[in-house]
Design a binder for this molecule. Sequence first.
Ligand code: SAM
Length: 286
Amino acid sequence: MTNFKSSIATIHDAEFAYLRDMIYKMTGIVLADHKKIMVQSRLNIRLRSHGMTTFEEYVNKLKSDPKFREAELSELINRITTNKTDFFRESHHFDFLKETYLPQFEEASKATGNKKLLVWCSASSTGEEPYSIAITLLDYFFTRPGWNLKIIASDIDTNVLQTAKNGIYKADRLETVSDQMKNKYFTKSEKDGNIFYEAKPNLKSIIEFKKINLLEFPYPINEKLDLIFCRNVVIYFDKPTQKFIFNNFEEILKPSGFLIIGHSETMFGISDKFKFLGHTVYQKKS
Ligand SMILES: C[S@@+](CC[C@H](N)C(=O)[O-])C[C@H]1O[C@@H](n2cnc3c(N)ncnc32)[C@H](O)[C@@H]1O
């Protein structure tokens, strides 16, 4: 009989410290001591895929073999990131878009003639967040033609980005999407007794997916942005990293541009470049 436990490699302090420092430098993610077992269980699959049985072997290879390191780093990051997300997560932000932000933006456009709206969803995970933004925008502008709507959806994790790009979700993932929106923006299909919903081309067409690491500034975005979503990611970073990212956002936003962060995140005591509008919605001061 296979002893399942014996096939799990144990991570020791020296290897954990090495991986923790490397992950921090590459992603900004802070792994406290109590995350050791999580790192061990998430990375065991990486060891197995290389036929390795110990973390010493894995870390030595990372240190000594540049080719291995280069190929392995993105797989390692993909295993370490936490990708929890949902359609219309923290729904008050989508109410804010619909009821406050978009009407204001539309009103301002009457004076400027600008009918282009550029949104960046900067930690888009498996896509539920950028598709929720896209649905909100398309629904609002449905009766208001002539608008150029674009969402850049990015993440550091290449696996979740691919899922986002595919835009195909099991039915239970869409529990927070109304039937009317499901019918309007998704195509239903069935495979092996499971129901799936795929984002329709009109939804996909306003989203550009790309890999962006929030730590690597300048970001590969050529235009100034109207609105940034950066929800439930800076919570994994320390304060200096958060400050660095918020300052970058200030630089890449248009004057008076908006930034939305997650409900358990704050800019208080970290950056004073934004005005707090309530419900973790911020506006660039200048
Ligand atoms: C918990 S998910 C949040 C998803 C979504 N924003 C939401 O609120 O539902 C955090 C995401 O941040 C991404 N992430 C972590 N570090 C990152 C970095 N340095 N640059 C870009 N994305 C990062 C992870 O890959 C993960 O998909």
